[in-house]
Design a binder for this molecule. Structure first.
Ligand code: AP5
Ligand code: MG
Length: 209
């Protein structure tokens, strides 16, 4: 009987989680908007780019290997980022929900994420895809490259390689979630606060459903 209540409570708690994917090409504003969204909705922000940069800063073997690919604008292997996300999910058992930024980036990552969330009796509620023109993306990233110190921002060739990786490998992830009717698009150009309002409108629809 006690076991029944524990299972019931865990399941009930997990099903009330809010799990979102903020999706879009490099420079579309995922990081900028994630900061605002996690404050408003109390979610745990999981950015694989940030996790990888923290490995690089700590000069771990994983970080040094990943840096070689990141500096060329290429994706790091699926098993590396899936392992990082799996550990992050395990280390945050009390999270109200997760905001995934820059993950999943391949169909294999999307399938792995679904499996990991299923183990927690939860799943993705919505993918919000931000739409920004390629010229705007390049201009934003070159501008940030002047001050950020990010080695993948200060060379137009690398920026365009990142965008090409997005088209070749990542865009299909939206098709994967589209099959489940979970994808919505929002305009990602213009005023940061107006874009934020558009994102909140989509998230609030999940909360009232
Ligand atoms: P990652 O760190 O995820 O970078 P990214 O997706 O390529 O792009 P950014 O993080 O640079 O852009 P963003 O969309 O967050 O925009 P931001 O808010 O910063 O990945 C880096 C690398 O790590 C990858 O290339 C890959 O090698 C590896 N990696 C990461 N995840 C991986 C995965 N899952 N699988 C495999 N490899 C992985 O904004 C950009 C700039 O624009 C900022 O300066 C910002 O101030 C400005 N800005 C934002 N909004 C606006 C606005 N509305 N108007 C004007 N400027 C704006
Ligand atoms: Mg980012």
């Amino acid at each position: 009987m006690i076991l029944y209540y524990i299972c019931f409570f865990t399941k009930r708690q997990a099903s009330t989680m809010l799990n979102l994917i903020l999706f879009g090409p490099p420079g579309s504003g995922k990081g900028t908007q994630s900061e605002k969204l996690i404050r408003k909705y109390g979610l745990k922000h999981l950015s694989t780019g940030d996790l990888l940069r923290s490995e690089i800063a700590s000069q771990t073997v994983l970080g040094l290997e990943a840096k070689k690919l990141m500096d060329r604008g290429q994706l790091v292997p699926d098993e590396v980022v899936i392992g990082m996300i799996s550990s992050a999910l395990e280390s945050n058992p009390q999270a109200k929900g997760f905001l995934f930024d820059g993950f999943p980036r391949t169909s294999a990552q999307a399938e792995a994420l679904d499996r990991l969330l299923e183990l927690k009796n939860t799943g993705i509620n919505k993918m919000i895809a931000m739409q920004v023109s390629e010229e705007e993306l390049v201009s934003r990233l070159l501008k940030r490259g002047m001050t950020s110190g990010r080695s993948d921002d200060n060379n137009e060739g690398v920026i365009r390689a990142r965008i090409a990786e997005y088209h070749n490998k990542t865009a299909a992830v939206a098709d994967y979630y589209q099959k489940f009717g979970k994808v919505v698009s929002v305009k990602g150009e213009g005023n940061v606060d107006e874009i934020f309002e558009g994102l909140c409108k989509e998230i609030d629809e999940v909360l009232v459903a």
